[in-house]
Design a protein around this ligand. Structure first.
Ligand SMILES: Nc1ncnc2c1ncn2[C@@H]1O[C@H](COP(=O)(O)OP(=O)(O)OP(=O)(O)O)[C@@H](O)[C@H]1O
Ligand SMILES: [Mg+2]
Length: 310
């Protein structure tokens, strides 16, 4: 059964793209067939997953003219991508112009509905999860995504300023439910949490619950703050678990060279860097499990929806 998940927050730089890539990679590594759709004209997802960035023209035309989507196959095992890019800037004005004339445009949902993974031999079927990365602004693009999604995940930084972005996304979410009443808030992910900030996290969780009500669970696992790994991942197009593997093999090689006479502190820093990247990879693995469990729990049971006074 296909589940379409939007990753959105009205605020920029809160981890939407990093989280989309990390979750997608983890879910695919765990055996799910995953499609990632980048609806952001900035197209940062291309860096995080390490595929060549395009202009987003195909996705833009699929939304505005009903063109069939072109899928970048095999970006990882079981992981395909519909790339974003600057042509997506054309989408909001096209909607505004058509809206003024009372006409409608195809939108994202019909195009997505037609996309299937490569059918290999007897292996038929559909994607298990479709993850959609969204831009920070551009309400029209966000609404198109909400119209095509079953679930919403909201990442937020663990500081109080970031809560402003949540209110914006909550307002858009409430509006999107009039278009798509099936859209369900899966939960909020605390992103970039610094070690030792337990009290701060507690305050943020309380504020989130007050803003979003009990229909907005905060995932138990948060993503730890680890700038060195973040820089390495984006510059090399590596996912957290891939960075860990790289560090591991790198450390092995260098340790064997160190045994032949290099200074000892290099060895210590290598080991600590390695283990902190492992911690980050473990966060993504735990979060992916929680996301899968939350989707399963919501499938049949009573849907808890976001109820906020907006
Ligand atoms: N675990 C981490 N700890 C600290 N910083 C991180 C971590 N993971 C990613 N980052 C950094 O956080 C920044 C913002 O991440 P990201 O691009 O995912 O946010 P975004 O919400 O998609 O931004 P935008 O609104 O511009 O699309 C990036 O510079 C990224 O390298
Ligand atoms: Mg982004």
């Amino acid at each position: 059964m296909r589940r379409v998940v939007a990753i959105a927050n009205g605020k920029g730089g809160v981890g939407k793209t990093t989280l989309t890539a990390g979750l997608a990679g983890q879910l695919a590594a765990g055996g799910s067939r995953v499609l990632v759709v980048d609806t952001d004209p900035q197209a940062n997802l291309a860096r995080d997953l390490g595929y060549p960035s395009g202009d987003g023209g195909n996705l833009s035309l699929a939304i505005t003219h009903g063109m069939p989507l072109e899928v970048e196959r095999g970006v990882r095992d079981r992981l395909d991508v519909v790339p974003g890019g600057p042509a997506l800037w054309d989408v909001p004005p096209a909607f505004t112009a058509r809206g003024a004339r009372g006409a409608t445009l195809p939108g994202l949902k019909p195009a997505l509905d037609k996309v299937r993974p490569e059918q290999k031999g007897s292996e038929k079927g559909d994607y298990d999860v479709v993850l959609i990365d969204t831009p920070p602004g551009e309400p029209i693009l966000q609404e198109l995504v909400f119209g095509a999604a079953d679930f919403l995940i909201i990442p937020t930084r663990s500081d109080e300023a970031s809560l402003d972005g949540l209110v914006v996304v909550a307002q858009r979410f409430a509006a999107a439910r009039t278009v798509n009443p099936e859209l369900t808030l899966l939960g909020v992910v605390l992103f970039g949490v610094r070690a030792g900030s337990t009290r701060m996290i507690g305050r943020v969780r309380t504020a989130l619950e007050e803003t979003l009500g009990d229909a907005a669970p905060v995932f138990p696992t948060s993503i730890r703050y680890l700038e060195s790994a973040a820089v390495d991942m984006r510059s090399r197009g590596l996912l957290p678990h891939e960075l860990t593997e790289l560090h591991r093999s790198d450390t092995k090689k260098r340790l064997s060279r160190l045994r032949e006479g290099a200074p000892a502190q290099t060895r210590d820093s290598l080991l600590s860097r390695n283990s902190s990247a492992e911690g980050l990879a473990a966060d993504y693995a735990a979060l992916a499990d929680e996301v899968l469990a939350a989707m399963k729990a919501r499938k049949g049971g009573a849907k808890r929806r976001l109820e906020v006074a907006v």
